[in-house]
Ligand binder design. Structure first.
Ligand SMILES: [Ca+2]
Ligand SMILES: [Ca+2]
Length: 294
């Protein structure tokens, strides 16, 4: 009897140790190759932001604070984050980024070109490139978060024949068929994140149905076993309300085929950093675009 109990207990202990080991090794494998691990604890999803703040991984934060100095349109933005990046504006057919009031007034936001479905339409997109040999835009296997504040125009896309603007891409690195892609888009008034890495691609859509010309804050968050999208909106009394939708799935290492891939804001860019007429130009206002890698 005692032997039986004790072997049962031993088995139970073994199972519990084995599963604890599995959980820890999964957490470690998700961080493999980033830093020689010292004392790493397993954090919950809710801790990811505070962990990032403590560890200080690369961060891009475009604070649109200044009025545009060049003929009323922006040519660059300051990065207040820690990542070494170069920020510029790429345009096509005379497209420009101008300034509008930010949420609540008292500052600026980026105004992107208005919807135009034609191939000769003006396009303008923010391009963020590494300033050094370090790929500060590559989360590798780490948790990361990206997103921006925005308002979307009432008319921003068309699937009609001949239209080359059938979407609104807010932030993006990599294209759909590339080995690595992270993207936040707002097609059909729904914010969605798509993250594709070495272990696969996962997409999650927000349950928030957005209204034109209202401010929202969207955040895509990738953890080792899930991605989530959080959409914040502000009520008339100023209080913030956030809705988070999560989908399980592994995406893995985000290393792109080349470190020179740009991160874009306001549309998508090709590998070499060029903007095409079918850029899925975001039509609206943008502020506070961020990328945080833990
Ligand atoms: Ca601003
Ligand atoms: Ca559009």
């Amino acid at each position: 009897m005692f032997t039986k109990l004790s072997s049962g207990l031993a088995r139970a202990l073994f199972v519990s140790i084995a599963s604890a080991t599995a959980a820890v090794s999964l957490a470690c494998s998700s961080d493999a190759g980033v830093e020689p691990s010292t004392s790493r604890s397993v954090e919950s999803a809710a801790d990811a932001d505070s962990v990032q703040a403590r560890r200080g991984g690369p961060e891009v934060a475009l604070r649109v604070t200044e009025a545009p100095p060049f003929n009323g349109h922006y040519r660059t933005f300051d990065n207040s984050g820690t990542a070494a990046v170069r920020v510029s504006v790429v345009s096509l057919n005379g497209g420009v980024l101008t300034a509008r009031a930010q949420r609540g007034g008292g500052g600026h936001s980026i105004r992107t070109p208005r919807f135009n479905p034609n191939t000769g339409a003006p396009r303008a997109v923010v391009k963020i490139l590494n300033a050094t040999a370090t790929d500060a835009l590559n989360p590798r296997t780490n948790p990361f978060t990206f997103g921006a504040d925005f308002t979307l125009d009432g008319l921003s896309s068309s699937t009609a024949r001949g239209s080359v603007d059938n979407g609104d891409n807010l932030m993006q690195r990599g294209l759909f068929n590339d080995s690595s892609q992270y993207k936040l888009e707002l097609d059909d008034n729904v914010a969605a994140c798509r993250i594709g890495g070495a272990q696969g691609a996962v997409e999650v859509s927000s349950s928030v149905r957005m209204q034109a010309d209202r401010w929202y804050r969207a955040r895509c968050k990738r953890l080792s076993g899930s991605i989530s999208i959080s959409v914040t909106f502000w009520r008339a009394n100023g209080s913030a309300h956030t809705v988070t939708d999560t989908r399980a799935g592994r995406t893995g290492d985000m290393t792109p085929d080349r470190a020179s891939w740009p991160l874009s804001v306001g549309g998508k860019l090709e590998a070499a950093g060029a903007v095409s007429s079918a850029t899925d130009q975001f039509n609206g206002r943008i502020d506070n675009a961020i990328l945080r890698i833990r």
